[in-house]
Design a protein around this ligand. Structure first.
Ligand code: ATP
Length: 253
């Protein structure tokens, strides 16, 4: 018998419409303790809207959200760093808002910066002095600094180079294991979903309905490149993923 993990977040029969146009209805999700769930689907199917509702950034028109956690953090596609603060102060921003002292903020910012592969020297730089990849590392460090028990990732690595994307995925996997947070990870990249997540939910591009939910074999961080490739390749003939693969082919054409 498998152990039932404590529920951290649940969306019950959630529905939403923008400007009177229904995006999805009756969406259910349960995020367990320490679980990383990837949410995939073609562009415009409602992934970001679901994440925003889950994170409390948008009020759903229907249904309810249950949160059984203390703190969450969000990593967006763009780093959203404050340009007038150094990397150190950006990373420590949430701690300052929470009223934590200067020495503690500095120590936490430095530790999280090192976790995400930034150097001590980078901490005194302003966002404009950092590369796009370093800015996104700082955004991940800022999210980790508040010790969230739930993380929301909204296509966080879509805008970075393919090589760096892999490194950033690895550091998210390592951080999830170390800090034991749960996460909802929105992506349209199946290989990314297979790398980072325990479970995958696929939405339809037609009506935002869940077309499939499946556990991904193995553990995040323990799937090597070959395994990831084989899993995604094995899915390529599955009609459930047709819209995603079609969009990918169109994107590459
Ligand atoms: N704030 C908004 N106001 C009006 N319409 C919106 C708003 N946000 C999203 N939409 C619309 O709702 C639909 C779902 O958008 P959403 O961003 O949730 O999809 P997505 O699956 O995340 O797309 P992508 O992969 O392109 O980011 C789209 O048609 C989008 O244009």
């Amino acid at each position: 018998m498998t152990e039932q993990k404590a529920m951290k977040l649940a969306l019950d029969k959630v529905g939403h419409a923008w400007l009177g146009r229904t995006v999805f209805e009756d969406f259910d999700l349960v995020l367990g303790e320490g679980e990383v769930v990837a949410l995939a689907g073609p562009s415009g199917c409602g992934k970001t809207t679901i994440l925003q509702i889950a994170a409390g950034l948008v009020e759903p028109l229907r249904g309810r959200v249950r949160r059984h956690y203390r703190r969450h953090a969000v990593v967006f596609q763009e780093p959203r760093l404050l340009p007038w603060l150094t990397a150190r102060d950006n990373i420590a921003y949430g701690l300052k808002v929470a009223g934590r002292g200067r020495a503690e903020r500095g120590a936490v910012a430095e530790a999280r910066a090192l976790d995400v592969g930034l150097d001590r020297d980078d901490l005194d730089k302003y966002p404009v002095e950092l590369s796009g990849g370093m800015r996104q590392r700082a955004a991940v460090a800022r999210a980790l600094a508040v010790e969230p028990d739930v993380m929301f990732f909204d296509e966080p690595f879509t805008a970075v180079d393919v090589g760096l994307r892999r490194a950033l995925q690895d550091l998210v996997i390592a951080a999830a294991r170390r800090a034991r947070f749960s996460a909802l990870f929105v992506t349209h990249d199946l290989a990314e979903a297979v790398r980072v997540a325990h479970r995958l939910i696929v939405l339809s591009g037609v009506d935002g309905r869940i077309v499939d939910q499946r556990a991904i074999a193995g553990e995040p961080g323990r799937r090597d490149n070959r395994t990831v490739f084989d899993i995604v390749e094995g899915w390529s003939a599955d009609p459930v993923f047709a819209e995603l693969f079609d969009a990918d082919r169109r994107g590459r054409a």
